[in-house]
Design a protein. Structure first.
Lengths: 162, 515
């Protein structure tokens, strides 16, 4: 199984079946190239996001009790995943236009799909990495897991004794 | 078994120091306490009673849930409770209310008993015979000594009967009985009580008398007052104590004990002479609730001497404590007191400093950060924002929103704020005391409770260094809390919280203070 079949699994078949305008071998070479681009964009994007996150999280200081409950802004770095998505979407669109000038098929929608997929992969991979011990400082350990942990306190709130 | 007898007003401040040192974890397993003071209503007495009560309640609530390797609140105080007396710290007076010396010696009927009243007049003035003694002996040692010599008649009454029985039981054991008496030798009650009490205690054991070891902290002048420092219109009475006589009385006391020693009279096994040649000025009060002198480092030294005696009663003879004769560049010719002056040979000054500092850090963080955090409703709703809380408490269902935990935390906060930090803030107030950074203490406007300025966490010891002020110390401390192994975090509730704080403080001392 090739990298393209894993990363761009829904693009294994050429969108334009007319071989004179888009040969199978040209399409295969195109998505192989795009999968390489996607892998590079995701890895580079993830590395950048994790580094920015780690530096930011380490620079945060708790000085008063309310600081513990302040929104954990280092997690906002995860939204940087849109940058590799934009780069890859644009790259897909421009490379498609250059490689297959004769085809009537428009690559806009597929470029958006590739961009969204890149964004999702980068976001999820970055999020998984920031949850690893050592990346998030111990005093913020559970902040990246807020979506799992947000219900942890509800029984406590209910358990208040009069 | 250890027994502490506090005689007079100064000794009450020593007792408060002992309570605080026992909270830190420097005390023995158990201490029996009895206070001898005719002035049962003094301000210092009320303060120490409250501190003792809070300590005992804290200990009761925390002892089973503290981590096993911690000794905080480790000393059990036996207040000689019995069914026929009231609860709490016992303040015993040889006199009944409104009794005067003339009543005690039956002065008005001496002629009828064929004893000439001139004998009494030889030792006491008419004013001394008729003075009110409900506020203590007010520096009249001769009156106090005469009254206190009657202590031997009390052996069948409480609390002495109970104490005597316990001492007799103690001396049947190999470890014997250690009795420590604290009192000043320059005032009234303490100076009058030290020797009569010692003489009385020596008569208690019927056998194994050598197993009864008696030590004493003889406090020599470390404070003074002038008459004008009292409240308006409340000038001293003719019989009131006057600080210009302190030195002379001290000299007489030293000569007295020297005389006893030279004549081979068995008195104290160990005697600790503690004072300060630069006495602080205190507000004048004749006695009663107004007599509430601030804590002083001499109290701390006397308390450590007491704990030293309990830890090693075999060290016999006279010991001397007080600030070393050395200069500090910023204070010119003033003798300074720093941690090197803390004489606790058994454990070592470095270890004493470390434990005091760790407890201070834990207290500072508890009062300044953890207590407000626990009262924040967001903690119950979003415990994942505070990993140590989620992991060690919330996941076990041990929420601090529970009333029992709230009450225990409140109790601990009150002790730490109103008694422990308040006490340290008073000790560190004079310029020559460089134990803790005096600028760290933040007293409430009424002066009752004291917090610590959290931006000084890195500079709690020694003189203030303004360049080191930062709240980042709080963040570092919280990181240490996360790193405390779960096996060291105690069982549950406030005990587990205190264990966590103390272990984190230990780690903080290692990483920031490099001790």
């Amino acid at each position: 199984m090739s990298l393209a079949e894993i990363l761009l699994f829904w693009l294994t078949e050429q969108p334009d079946p007319d071989g004179s305008r888009m040969s199978y071998s040209a399409w295969k070479a195109f998505i192989d190239s795009m999968s390489g681009w996607l892998l590079a964009a995701v890895l580079l994007g993830t590395a950048t996001i994790v580094m920015a996150y780690a530096i930011h999280a380490r620079s945060r200081r708790i000085h008063a009790p309310q600081d513990l409950f302040a929104s954990f802004v280092p997690l906002n770095w995860l939204f940087l995943s849109v940058i590799p998505a934009i780069v890859l979407g644009y790259r897909y669109y421009s490379l498609f236009e250059t490689t297959f000038p004769l085809t009537a098929f428009r690559p806009t929608l597929t470029a958006l799909e590739v961009a969204a997929w890149t964004c999702l992969l980068t976001f999820v991979l970055s999020h998984l990495i920031v949850m690893l011990p050592g990346i998030t400082p111990s005093r913020y350990r559970y902040r990246p897991l807020w979506f799992v942990m947000r219900h942890a306190g509800r029984p406590a709130a209910r358990a208040q004794e009069s | 078994m250890n027994t502490l007898i506090c005689a007079g007003g100064s000794s009450l401040r020593v007792l408060k120091a002992i309570v605080n040192l026992c909270a830190i974890g420097l005390g023995p397993k158990e201490i029996r306490v009895l206070v001898v003071d005719p002035d049962g209503s003094s301000g210092n007495g009320a303060e120490v009673r409250q501190a003792m009560e809070l300590y005992m309640r804290c200990r009761e609530r925390l002892k089973d849930s503290l981590a096993a390797d911690l000794s905080a609140f480790g000393t059990a105080f036996d207040l000689l409770e019995s069914n026929d007396t009231k609860q709490g710290l016992k303040v015993w007076s040889v006199l009944d209310a409104k009794e005067k010396l003339a009543d005690v010696i039956n002065y008005d009927n001496l002629s009828a008993s064929k004893t000439s009243p001139d004998v009494a007049r030889l030792f006491f003035t008419e004013d001394e015979l008729r003075m009110d003694l409900d506020k203590g002996f007010m520096g009249h040692t001769s009156v106090g000594a005469a009254v206190m010599s009657l202590v031997s008649l009390q052996v069948d009454r409480q609390p002495w009967r109970q104490l005597a029985e316990k001492i007799r039981q103690d001396v049947t054991q190999q470890n014997g009985s250690n009795v420590f008496i604290a009192g000043s030798v320059f005032g009234g009650t303490g100076a009058s009580a030290l020797h009569p009490l010692c003489r009385f205690l020596r008569t208690i054991p019927d056998a194994n008398r050598e197993r009864l070891r008696i030590g004493a902290a003889a406090l020599v002048p470390y404070f003074s007052f002038n008459d004008s420092s009292g409240p308006r219109g409340a000038g001293p009475s003719k019989m009131a104590a006057q600080s210009q006589w302190f030195s002379l009385r001290t000299k007489a006391a030293v000569q007295f004990y020297e005389h006893l020693e030279q004549n081979g009279e068995v008195t104290f096994d160990s005697m600790f002479w503690i004072g300060d040649k630069s006495p602080i000025d205190v507000r004048y009060a004749e006695g009663g609730p107004g007599q509430q002198n601030p804590a002083h480092f001499v109290d701390l030294l006397a308390a450590l001497a007491c704990l030293e005696f309990f830890a090693d009663p075999s060290a016999q003879g006279n010991h001397y404590g007080g600030p070393r004769q050395r200069e500090h560049p910023e204070l010119h010719d003033v003798n300074v007191v720093d941690w090197a002056d803390i004489p606790y040979r058994r454990m070592g000054a470095v270890q004493v400093r470390r434990q005091c500092l760790s407890f201070m850090l834990a207290a500072a963080m508890h009062v300044g950060f953890i207590d407000p955090l626990i009262h924040d409703p967001r903690l119950a709703a979003m415990p994942f924002c505070v990993p140590w809380y989620l992991q060690r408490f919330a996941r076990k269902g041990d929420h601090f929103s529970r009333k029992v935990n709230r009450d225990d935390v409140e109790l601990l906060s009150t002790f730490l704020s109103y008694h422990h930090l308040h006490w340290w803030s008073q000790i560190n107030e004079p310029d020559n005391v460089l134990l803790f950074n005096r600028t760290t203490f933040d007293a409430s406007p009424d002066g009752g409770n004291v917090a610590v300025r959290l931006d000084r966490l890195r500079n709690l010891v020694g003189p203030d260094r303004p360049g080191e002020r930062t709240l980042d110390g709080v963040d570092e401390f919280l990181t240490e809390m996360e790193h405390v192994p779960s096996r060291k975090s105690g069982k549950s509730g406030a005990g587990a919280l205190l264990s966590l704080l103390l272990h984190a403080a230990d780690g903080y001392v290692d990483s920031v203070y490099h001790m």
